[in-house]
Write a protein of this length. Structure first.
Lengths: 213, 213
DNA sequence: TGTACATCAGTGAACGCGCGTTCACTGATGTAC
DNA sequence: TGTACATCAGTGAACGCGCGTTCACTGATGTAC
């Protein structure tokens, strides 16, 4: 038994932390849960398995999360923050408000979903959407798109017209994301041309602009 | 114990059938499972609960389905057949190939998802999509749309151009369906104007036609 | 029409499993003096 | 700097639960003669 306690020192399973007190178990659990959810989906996931993956006892997660749902909510929130970051880096190289920038956001959305299907599902269906910070994080993602549309139209991001332009765009990439996850995008579209389709539809829904050079 | 056996005769829980031999337990189980899935989702569903809802022992389903997955697949197939029927009746009143007819199909799609969210999720993500008859049923649904687009464009339903017109439309309503399920359609669009948005986007993706009168 | 029998479609009891969660506990850490 | 003690963040054993699935069984049905 004492052998088990020594093990983390001689050959740590998680190399960064080795103490009895973990240091940042909360985030480690979120990461472990995310990885499990990524390939098994929100329902294949269990608290016990996440704990195992993090190298702690099955009771340990309950020091940091009220229950299973709370852990899932934390993973969903974490996912939305990651998505917002993806938006940032995807659109950064392009002229704000341009077709290039806006399609890049759409492409990033679909790519995020494709790479992490389980997480994507969790973010949109997995948890009670009543959590305030979860909604807020979602709005921040959508706000990215609205920001570009505001620049493009010369209106405020909160303007009705901007939202009404943005919503169909979001709807479209949301559909593309789910079809892609479920293996129907390449099949039916007849090739790996998802990005081209996104760009084409985006252009048609936006209409022309000087910003597109 | 003998009281339990008599019960179905004196006060049948399922009024239509009362015999020891059920008559059509297979379909009854599919219906029961569908109802469970409709409000709990594919993962909240259990074979045992479906059996209970059908009024049979928990072992009975295994006379008709190899395992849990097979039952789910049957429910998914059943759902796709239902969706195809919805498409039929939604577009029937309108001129084939017209904007009216095509938006009606889109509206039926979103309505189907909204009314039966769990079933809709199951149909697209719940089962291994390797089943041939399941894919076929999906193609039949998509074929409905393609048929209208063929009429509209004067091309064969199998023509590349028709599929390339149809796919963005499907993608869009698919997104609208999921956003609606997850409670984000009315919220963000600013009202129950889903049908209007569908029609508007459909018109823009289709372009004009004489058929639209 | 009546009987013997094969087959079909149920029953109900049982199994092993992994899960979520709780509990009393204990080792590690931080702080007051 | 050293010591006493409160608090924090883990452990590991245990619980009750519902599930998927199997099994030997039995009542109902259909058919051959």
């Amino acid at each position: 038994l004492e052998n088990r306690k020594k093990k983390p020192d001689s050959a740590p399973p998680t190399p960064r932390k080795e103490a009895y007190h973990h240091g940042d178990l909360r985030q480690t659990l979120i990461d472990a849960a995310r990885r499990l959810i990524e390939d098994k989906g929100p329902d294949g996931f269990s608290v016990a398995e996440a704990a195992r993956a993090a190298g702690v006892s099955t009771a340990a997660p309950y020091r940091h999360f009220k229950d299973r749902t709370a852990l899932l909510a934390a993973v969903a929130l974490d996912g939305k923050l990651r998505l917002a970051k993806d938006f940032d880096s995807a659109s950064a190289p392009f002229v704000p408000g341009s077709l290039d920038a806006i399609s890049a956001i759409g492409g990033a959305y679909v790519l995020f979903a494709t790479r992490q299907p389980g997480l994507f599902r969790l973010m949109f269906a997995g948890v009670d959407s009543t959590s305030e910070e979860l909604i807020e994080a979602g709005e921040r993602c959508f706000g990215h798109l609205l920001g570009h549309l505001a620049v493009r139209t010369g209106q405020a991001p909160e303007a009705d017209m901007v939202r009404q332009l943005g919503f169909p765009l979001w709807t479209f990439v949301h559909g593309a994301a789910f079809l892609s996850i479920d293996g129907m995008l390449d099949v039916v579209a007849g090739g790996p041309q998802a990005d081209a389709m996104i760009r084409d539809v985006t252009a048609r829904l936006l209409g022309p602009s000087d910003l597109d050079g």
